[in-house]
Write a protein that binds this ligand. Structure first.
Ligand SMILES: Nc1ncnc2c1ncn2[C@@H]1O[C@H](COP(=O)(O)OP(=O)(O)OP(=O)(O)O)[C@@H](O)[C@H]1O
Ligand SMILES: [Mg+2]
Length: 318
């Protein structure tokens, strides 16, 4: 059976969670006290919310953690009634630990409607003696104030470069292969701080046999920074047709929209060392094209106009 690395390398204790020192210190203090408040874990994907909830349960309950921890998904489990039934059935059974409470982890809690959350709030109160809730969400602002005010909110940041690359190197070492810094940088760049995505990419390139920045971009179906740079350079050099063909390739092969390409060009041009005046003009041209597309302009025409504008900027004698 294929070993899924995101599972194999899930943190197995609180101190394994990367980049969340303040949160982890706080949770360690709760473990010492053998009690926790209701919690909200807020943050983007793959930053360790689910993993942290699980290791917290492990540290609190030891071997019996599975009996004392229920994971529910707010968006899968068909509606609030099913969720509440699940919660009630779980909460009714006495905790099989000497702490006197169990944990219910509700993933994607921000997907619940306000009404559903209000119903949940009553359930929370009904079972407070024996149950603590951990809500996981992308945005804590989508949790209704009455629930927020009953919880301690912990924010999870995208995993930073150093933490991510250390972890990926550790995994590589443990799996007996080498990975160079450029490849690690490429994975970090693509993953956007999402550790799940980063580990999945690592596993995919490893099984493909060839680990280079290029193969990493290929496997993850992402446009490489250099490709945006080439597109801009071609257009500024006045090679309109080449640039247009190149753009089409990016649109088709990577399934990107005009807006995606504009965003990519924008982050690429900001990092480029080109004449300041030209840089400003390019940025203004990108902003204009973005605005027009958002306002309903056709991708195709606006992207043509953008490349034409860049060719014009490139041809200007300063
Ligand atoms: N901070 C972290 N430290 C160590 N590993 C992490 C961290 N964040 C994520 N991971 C790794 O990524 C995988 C996914 O993490 P997890 O399921 O905890 O993310 P999540 O924040 O719950 O994401 P989602 O919002 O998509 O549910 C884990 O198996 C783990 O290997
Ligand atoms: Mg999760």
């Amino acid at each position: 059976m294929l070993n899924i690395w995101t599972e194999k390398y899930r943190p197995s204790k609180l101190s394994d969670v990367i980049g969340e020192t303040a949160n982890i210190n706080r949770l360690n203090a709760y473990v010492k006290e053998k009690n926790i408040p209701h919690l909200i874990f807020a943050g983007s994907q793959g930053t360790g919310k689910t993993s942290t909830a699980i290791v917290l349960a492990m540290e609190l309950f030891g071997d019996s953690w599975k009996d004392n921890f229920l994971e529910l998904n707010a968006s899968n489990d068909r509606g609030i009634d099913v969720i509440r039934d699940n919660i009630k059935n779980f909460a009714k059974i006495r905790p099989s630990n000497d702490l006197g409470f169990k944990i219910i982890f509700l993933d994607e809690a921000d997907h619940l409607t306000g009404d559903a959350q209000a119903a949940l709030r009553r359930t929370m109160e009904m079972f407070y003696n024996t149950t603590r809730f951990i809500f996981s969400c992308n945005y804590s602002s989508k949790i209704i104030p009455p629930i927020q005010s009953r919880c301690v909110v912990l924010r999870f940041k995208p995993v930073d470069k150093e933490g991510m690359e250390d972890r990926l190197s550790y995994i590589a070492k443990n799996e007996n292969f080498d990975i160079d810094t450029d490849s690690l940088d490429a994975i970090y760049e693509i993953s956007d701080g999402d550790m799940r995505k980063a580990i999945n990419i690592l596993q995919a390139v490893h099984s493909s046999g060839k680990i280079t920045p290029v193969s990493i971009y290929e496997i993850s179906g992402e446009v490489n920074k250099d490709q945006y740079k080439s597109l801009i350079t071609m257009a500024l050099d006045g090679n309109f047709n080449d640039a247009r063909n190149y753009l089409d390739k990016m649109l088709i092969e990577y399934g990107l929209s005009g807006i995606d390409i504009i965003k990519g060009m924008h982050s690429s041009i900001r990092k480029e060392q080109i004449a300041p005046k030209q840089k400003l003009e390019v940025i203004m041209a990108l902003a204009e094209a973005e605005f027009r597309i958002v306002e309903g302009g056709t991708d195709n025409i606006q992207m043509d106009a953008l490349l034409a504008k860049l060719a014009y900027i490139g041809s200007e004698v300063n």
